[in-house]
Design a protein around this ligand. Sequence first.
Ligand code: CDP
Ligand code: CDP
Length: 226
Amino acid sequence: MSSRINVAIDGPAGAGKSTVARKVAQQLGYVYIDTGAMYRAVAYAANRAGIPASDAARLSELMTTVEISLEPGADGQLVRLNGEDITTAIRSREVTLQVSEIASHESVRIKLVEMQRGLAAMKGIVMDGRDIGSHVLPNAEVKVFLIASARVRALRRFQELSGSEIVPLEQLEKEIVERDRSDESRQISPLTCAKDAVVVDSTELSIDQVVTVILDLCRTKTVEAK
Ligand code: CDP
Ligand code: CDP
């Protein structure tokens, strides 16, 4: 039996999912997949096509034309939309403020979840998002639900901002809480902790401490899979 496993990391915005998922994947020699980047790519495409986040019919049509690809790049994962590199563009504030509503549409989720399951079929994947353990990969061998206080998560985001895009900490915290609420309350595969996930609170943990906790969980499961 293959000893490769799949690792699902879910949780609210700014909990550290992508940072630790990338490191865990590096340590294991696995592929890291940032599913949030896929939803961001759709939000970017909708924005560029002038489609409001509330327009289900036009979004459904858009989904028949978008081709999203993820490739390993020198500084992390490269995101392409119909061949165009949009890695930096999908991190804009505009996309961040619209992505949760875009991600609530069935047509968007159906296409992206199918793609995510296809990418994980060969095992040896670390995937982060909101519904990976609960919906996308219900059989993932390791499931982590990563949390941290809203204030600490906002502070982490605040520290990432560069000079031209300064937003007050209080506002960032408000936006993060609002996005979590929207992700938790949507009808289709909301942000939720899978029953068999291990909850890790990173409020007072360093990145490396979180990585160690997850690698320990993976080690146990890899031994079981042998
Ligand atoms: O990095 P950050 O926490 O800001 O968010 P992200 O992981 O890039 O995800 C952006 C948004 O995509 C989330 O707020 C969700 O609305 C949506 N998303 C989702 O619905 N399901 C996923 N598996 C991943 C992201
Ligand atoms: O993917 P997600 O939105 O959950 O969070 P992230 O983008 O991985 O992490 C947000 C920021 O928090 C990054 O700048 C990380 O370096 C930082 N971080 C941290 O300071 N301490 C941790 N234990 C985890 C992440």
